[in-house]
Design a protein around this ligand. Sequence first.
Ligand code: SF4
Ligand code: SF4
Length: 395
Amino acid sequence: MTEAFKRLSDDDLATCVHCGLCLDACPTFRMTGLETESPRGRIYLMTQWKRGTMPFDDEQVRHIDLCLGCRTCEAVCPSGVPYGRIIEAGRADVEDARRPSLKRATSRVALREMLSHPKRLRGFGSLTRAAQKAGMTSIVRSGRQLPKLRQQFRPPEGGVAPAVGARKYRVAFLVGCVMPILYPQSHDAAVRLLQLAGCEVWFPAGEQCCGALFAHNGDLESAERLREVNAATYASEPFDALVVDSAGCGAHLKDFYPTLKGRVKDLSEWLAEVGLPEPKRELKMRVTYQDACHLAHAQRIKKQPRDLIRAIPGVELVEMRHADICCGAAGLYSTLEPDMSRRILEAKLDDLLATDAEVVLAGNPGCQMQLESGLRSRRSPMKVMHTAELLAAAY
Ligand code: SF4
Ligand code: SF4
């Protein structure tokens, strides 16, 4: 096990000074008001397990399970507690020690058997799309949660998309595992924006899932295996930046791929840095923006997407209340912890609908799917789009 994937560390846990300044920012504390569902409470529990002074029983494990891993606490902590690293390490320890549960064991096997096998995943995507067309998935709960699938995203022949005009940069693009199947239109828009910004876009052949979902669910061994495959792939050709349009993947690549240090960029971060040409079209639209946790808190990127949105003529950006509070998606959380996920989503929907926006923008597929599912349940006509889709529509 390398340094990046080390297990719970005393040094990390000791950075918490128990001040409680993170409590009000924590979505599960806001819902329950319980110390055990707060960052401080969870750090305390993990510290006691590590010292062997508290039993590792089902009741205590529940408090770790209920953490969204949203890292809002990390962003507001004055003491610099590396909560993201602590909870991922804590989860790995929990998974090793807990009594096996069918639901969690199934999700671990499903992740291993699907996400690390791009061909299987694409096959599953094609089957699901066919089933959707035949109207067959509405009887399956997860089928209702999935967006309406389109033709999957495929990199161009030769694995390179040329820059529009003079080539100023060469970027690698993370195609990822589920995004080309669930939201191919986001990738299409992202690649087009990169080309317009003067980037030649390279799609590294052999690239696999970045490992984020594995790490978030305590399967650090699988995450590390995937990192080794991908690190070798990225080392095979030169590039200025690895551009990512999924916040969860971007955060994971920044935290756990030391060979890419300083070169992983969220799409909005990169576009804000290199600049886009003047938009060609006015879009008369009232929009709002949901901060993906792994963009706002893990990567501390809040300004760049808003600046890019505001630069589109005709677009009115209305801020929603608590825009940087989690929507309850959190990777597999909405499947593993549906009750808490739903409670958090309902609060988010209230804030969202109060904006009266036509469109809500987000930079992460999990948030898109969660918001779409919530808005459908409220029978709202509000649309969900990836930020890249709105920006690309202006050209
Ligand atoms: S995690 Fe940070 S903000 Fe929260 S109690 Fe500990 S030191 Fe305070
Ligand atoms: S990661 Fe999110 S849910 Fe977990 S303790 Fe921190 S703020 Fe709360």
